[in-house]
Design a protein around this ligand. Structure first.
Ligand SMILES: Cc1cc2nc3c(=O)[nH]c(=O)nc-3n(C[C@H](O)[C@H](O)[C@H](O)COP(=O)(O)O)c2cc1C
Length: 332
């Protein structure tokens, strides 16, 4: 008589695996686009094969030089960047970067951006069926290129981008959304209606830095995107609202520095997380968080990440009868 299989220990791969729509990942710790190069640069710091996913720098149809310097400025608890999607274009990516990434052992999620719906669709079609691509992430949320944000600020336009891409590829589709909108739930609904398997929340918040003595902005592009710990509360709020309001699988990103941050995102409604700016300050961080994850799940009293997702308990007296607060307080 066969003996029943004994349960896998908490840190075993099967316990850490997560599903986002059609996309199954070995664990929920991913690295965010634009903050991990093309993987190769990070091999001295992180065993890439352990990662839940790698999202390389966004690729565009044609090469882009990006914005004039300065392109990054440190701020209190954060980083401002205005890189401007500097990349060598999709053909060079396929020729020079994807072969290494595809062989590194982690799922590769290719981030793409076009200037209009047709360019997004054409990129997705170009990548369809290419070996080594687990999913595409649609960067409809870059604040640093003209028209970059537009496609991700209007729910109906977002729906059309996602639907067009979805029809052009068999690969799972993730829409990466911007927090620079009044109602991110409406945009996430658009992505869901277009057939997105998941949404990534959030890209950077628009900001700027000023040198008052010279009467000049510090960034060459004047404005840029704020990332790092300063934006974590905004990202958590977005994850919470979209989880309650839409129900689509979510990858949370924004200011994650510790394993407690990761668990906060899971409890708020994210199924996986991406590590961004923190990799600049601590290049080994994604591996460290993977090391710490099993003990954190044990401390939370759960066997799998899925058991934690969206487990946030709202206070009954919070005046929040609907899933998403209709009149969020200003805090003062
Ligand atoms: C220098 C830099 C470059 C970035 N480039 C991209 C990019 O090419 N595509 C993209 O979707 N997001 C890009 N991002 C945004 C990050 O992927 C992430 O969404 C954001 O920084 C919030 O996460 P964090 O606070 O953990 O960094 C970039 C962020 C930084 C700091």
């Amino acid at each position: 008589m066969p003996t029943p299989a004994s349960p896998a220990p908490t840190g075993s791969p099967s316990r850490l695996a997560v599903s986002l729509g059609r996309l199954r990942l070995p664990n929920p710790i991913l690295v965010a686009s634009g903050t991990f190069g093309y993987g190769r640069e990070m091999t001295g710091f992180v065993d890439l094969a352990r990662l839940g996913g790698i999202i390389p720098k966004t690729v565009t149809p044609q090469p882009r030089k990006g914005n004039v310097p300065w392109r990054t400025v440190e701020t209190a608890a954060g980083l401002l960047n205005s890189i401007g999607l500097d990349n060598d274009g999709v053909e060079t990516f396929l020729e020079r970067q994807l072969p290494f990434l595809a062989g590194c052992g982690a799922p590769v999620i290719v981030s793409i951006a076009g200037g209009n719906i047709g360019e997004f669709v054409a990129l997705a079609r170009r990548l369809d069926g290419v070996a080594g691509i687990a999913a595409v992430e649609l960067n409809v949320s870059c604040p640093n290129v003209s028209h970059g944000v537009d496609l991700g600020t209007d729910p109906e336009t977002c729906r059309k981008v996602v639907a067009g891409v979805r029809a052009a590829t068999a690969t799972p589709v993730i829409a990466k959304l911007t927090p620079n909108v009044t109602d991110i739930v409406a945009v996430a609904r658009g992505a869901a209606a277009g057939g997105a398997d998941a949404v990534t929340l959030i890209n950077t918040l628009q900001g700027m830095a000023v040198d008052w003595r010279r009467r000049r902005p510090l960034l060459g592009n004047v404005v840029g995107g704020l990332s790092g710990p300063a934006i974590k509360p905004v990202a958590l709020r977005c994850v919470h609202q979209v989880h309650r309001g839409v129900g689509i699988p979510i990858i949370g990103v924004g200011g994650i520095m510790t394993i407690d941050d990761c668990l906060e995102f899971f409890v708020a409604g994210a199924t996986a997380v991406q590590i961004g700016t923190a990799s600049f300050a601590e290049p080994v961080i994604s591996g460290r968080l993977l090391d710490e994850l099993p003990a954190a799940l044990a401390e939370a009293g759960v066997a799998t990440v899925a058991d934690l997702v969206g487990s946030l308990e709202l206070p009954a007296a919070a005046g929040c009868p609907s899933p998403v607060p209709e009149e969020p307080s200003d805090g003062e």
